[in-house]
Design a protein around this ligand. Structure first.
Ligand SMILES: [Zn+2]
Length: 194
C-alpha cells in the first residue's frame, strides 16, 4: 500500500466518519504519546517523531497555530506508521530512505488522513477556503489536495473500492455537508465555540 492507501485504511479501521479528523485521538488509539514543546527552536522542524524504549512519541512545536500543529501531528503519525522512524538511522548496510523520499510520503499520508479526497469530492469541496472550514487545515497544507480534487472531479476519475467504503462510512456526514450548506453550518460551529 502507498501512503495514501495506508491513511485510508486508518480512517476505515478507526471508524472515522466525520471531519475534522481528530488526529490527537488517533495517536492516542495507536498508543502514541504526544508531547508539546515551545523550545525546539528548530526553524525547519515543526514536529518530531521518535521511538524511545520501543515507545512511540510525537513532539509538536506549539509556537505554530493549532491548524498547523494538527497537520504536523498527522505528518509525524505518517512517519511512525510508514516505518520511517529509526529506519534511516539503521547502520545495517541496507540503503536508507532519504529525507527527499520520506517527507513527500509523510505529507501524502497526512493529506489523505486529514482531507480524504473522496469525502471532499462527495461534499463538493474544491477550494482551500472550504477545506479550512471543514478540515481545519491551513491553505499551505491543503492546496495540493484542493488541486487534486478539482482535477479528479474534472476528469471523472472514479473512486477506488477503498474510497467507496470511506464514502459509505462518511455517508451521514456527507449528506449534511454538501458545499451549499458548509457556510451555514460552519457559522453555527463558530457560534457554539465562541
Ligand atoms: Zn517529516
Amino acid at each position: 500500500m502507498n501512503p495514501k492507501e495506508i491513511a485510508q485504511h486508518v480512517l476505515l479501521e478507526h471508524g472515522i466518519s466525520e471531519l475534522p479528523v481528530r488526529v490527537a485521538n488517533l495517536c492516542d488509539e495507536f498508543g502514541i504519546t504526544i508531547k508539546v514543546a515551545n523550545s525546539l527552536r528548530m526553524k525547519e522542524y515543526m514536529g518530531l517523531a521518535m521511538v524511545v524504549d520501543k515507545k512511540p512519541y510525537i513532539i509538536i512545536e506549539t509556537s505554530y497555530c493549532i491548524e498547523s500543529q494538527k497537520f504536523t501531528a498527522a505528518h509525524e503519525l505518517g512517519h511512525l506508521l510508514l516505518g520511517h522512524v529509526g529506519s534511516w538511522k539503521d547502520a545495517s548496510g541496507i540503503q536508507r530512505p532519504s529525507e527527499t523520499c520520506i517527507e513527500p510520503d509523510a505529507n501524502a499520508f497526512a493529506e489523505e488522513l486529514t482531507m480524504p479526497e473522496c469525502v471532499l469530492m462527495s461534499c463538493g469541496i474544491t477550494t482551500v477556503r472550504q477545506i479550512k472550514k471543514l478540515c481545519r487545515i491551513l491553505p499551505e497544507d491543503s492546496k495540493r489536495t484542493a488541486e487534486r480534487v478539482r482535477q479528479r472531479l474534472k476528469s471523472g476519475d472514479p473512486f477506488t473500492p477503498t474510497e467507496q467504503w470511506i464514502v459509505r462510512q462518511f455517508a451521514d456526514y456527507i449528506q449534511q455537508h454538501t458545499a451549499k450548506s458548509v457556510y451555514r453550518k460552519e457559522r453555527a460551529v463558530c457560534a457554539t465555540n465562541s
